[in-house]
Design a protein. Structure first.
Length: 535
């Protein structure tokens, strides 16, 4: 029996749920592991993981997106043989590349550790090097399933990988430490959990793909296969710009991290104080800033095959409809998240980091400043995905380079100013992602002949979030005086969330098309229509 495909919203919800579970598992891994290895042991783990992340981006960043888009386009034209050949060509090419990059990590592990001024991290680098090979297997198969609009295997493989990393990584670190092998070897055991998780995720996806029978999307079928060399050329044409774009922003963030500390010192701030300021910003404010984006960003993965299919067959009206729906939903979800974090920054941080009074005092105003950037980052993710789906994958390379440059310049000036110092860092982030999002939207607007429903949705979302989050923020102190800060924070969050959606629905901030894209959309539509809550 052929597998049933999902619409992009159903796929997005699957990936969102998987992302939430993975985030919870990640927290369950990092917190006890930090208590086990302490700062020194975690430094070995972090150095190796950062190096692994760089190699991972270079090797696989654009692979699942390219496969997903090409498979979806091939299916829309009835070229089902091409869909299989795309996976084969991609896997063989990138697996060969992965052997080279993985071998590079193994051969030059000592030199890389020395370069990072952490020579004992060499064991961790060796332990994580094979994970690149398994990532290629997972990335290629995920792209294949996503191209068939089936996001379930991706979500399950992510959960398998995260669970294995938690159980095997922590267990190995604990056993090695208890047997007296020391922190460098124990940390290597912890990061080897990443390799084991990758292996298990790859095995699951491999066998899932063997038994997978996708639903055919076109009544037209052709047995004429595209030459593999042509498929490879097309694959590289999509993958390389995406990889470069991902690398640009990653390099920018890495440079920015080092520059902020340097500019704080230039502003006349003592080193210990500078570490406290930067640590509070990165560990508290930026961590909270990244939470809503991690849940919303999977929508970009889900929208690519649906949009690529319609765009490839020349159905521009439906292409615009999918792009608009994705943008509307992202605005509806990201705007209240950004406003909520901005207006409730201190209560939220105090609830989660109750023992870090000084750090919360520093981070709260910084998180408030990062509120708008939550919306911008989510917009960057979805607009990048839309551009990649409609054949403009080179645009994000340029826009991210422009935004990244503006961030570096802004932070260099503001963070180095004594009266501003660390308070300037969030402004650089807002400027960076705001610029990228604006430029991306302009290109999409021109490519799809306008996005008429985006402005009304944005206005209604902002107005609803401003009122609901503002009321919650005003109620916090009176409620806290009566029942305590912890319960007050939870109650005010509930007030903000429920109030937002009530106001949004009252002013018909959600369109019928958005409701129908949800699971059980017809039933939800009937209920909302009964009360006149659909725009």
């Amino acid at each position: 029996m052929a597998a049933k495909k999902q619409n992009f919203m159903e796929g997005a919800l699957v990936l969102m749920l998987g992302g939430i579970i993975v985030k919870i598992i990640g927290a369950l891994f990092k917190i006890p592991l930090s208590n086990l290895l302490h700062g020194v042991g975690m430094s070995y783990f972090t150095v190796a993981y950062d190096i692994y992340t760089w190699v991972y981006i270079i090797t696989t960043a654009g692979l699942p997106i390219a496969i997903s888009r090409m498979v979806s386009e091939s299916n829309s034209h009835g070229r089902y043989t091409d869909s299989k050949h795309i996976l084969q060509v991609a896997f063989r090419t990138f697996f060969a590349f992965a052997i080279v990059t993985s071998g590079f990590l193994l051969i030059f592990a000592k030199q890389l550790a020395d370069l990072m001024d952490n020579s004992d991290a060499v064991y961790c680098i060796i332990a994580v090097a094979p994970a690149i090979l398994f990532e290629i297997i997972m990335s290629s198969n995920r792209g294949y399933f996503e191209g068939h609009k089936n996001m379930v295997p991706t979500a399950i493989s992510q959960i398998i990988t995260a669970t294995a990393k938690l159980t095997f990584g922590y267990a190995l670190a604990y056993i090695l430490l208890k047997r007296g092998y020391g922190l460098p070897i124990a940390a290597a055991g912890a990061i080897f959990g990443v390799t084991i998780g990758g292996a298990l995720g790859a095995i699951y996806l491999f066998f899932k793909r063997i038994h997978y029978k996708p639903e055919r999307e076109s009544i037209f079928t052709t047995d004429v296969a595209t030459p593999r060399r042509k498929l490879l050329k097309r694959l590289l044409a999509i993958t390389i710009p995406i990889t470069i774009g991902s690398s640009v922003l990653s390099i920018t963030n890495l440079i920015d991290t080092g520059m902020v500390m340097n500019r704080l010192s230039s502003a006349g701030i003592a080193m210990d104080r500078a570490k406290l300021l930067f640590g509070s910003y990165s560990a508290l404010a930026r961590t909270m800033f990244n939470l809503p984006t991690a849940v919303i960003i999977p929508m970009g993965v889900s929208v690519i095959p649906s949009l690529a299919e319609k765009f490839a067959t020349g159905v521009n009206k439906q292409s615009r409809g999918i792009a608009e729906s994705a943008l509307r939903v992202v605005m509806i979800l990201s705007v209240p998240a950004g406003f909520g974090l901005a207006m409730m920054s201190k209560p939220i941080l105090s609830l989660l980091y109750s023992s870090l009074t000084e750090e919360v005092k520093i981070a709260a105003p910084l998180l408030t400043s990062l509120g708008p950037a939550v919306v911008f980052v989510c917009l960057v993710s979805i607009t990048n995905a839309i551009l990649q789906a409609i054949g403009k994958e080179k645009v994000p390379v340029v826009t991210m380079l422009i935004g990244g440059t503006m961030k570096l310049v802004c932070n260099y000036i503001l963070v180095g100013t004594p009266n501003i110092n660390i308070s300037g860092a969030p402004f650089g982030t807002n400027l960076c992602y705001g610029t990228i999002a604006l430029l991306n939207i302009i290109v999409i607007w021109r490519s799809l002949d306008g996005l008429p429903t985006i402005i009304p949705t944005t206005i209604k979302s902002v107005g609803s979030a401003l009122v609901s989050c503002g009321v919650a923020a005003l109620l916090f102190n009176p409620i806290a005086a009566a029942i305590g800060a912890t319960l007050s924070t939870l109650i005010c969050i509930i007030i903000a969330v429920s109030g937002y959606f009530i106001i949004l629905l009252t002013f018909k901030g959600m369109n019928e098309e958005d409701i129908l894209l949800l699971p059980k959309g017809e039933k939800i539509k009937k209920i909302l229509a009964k009360y006149g809550w659909i725009g």
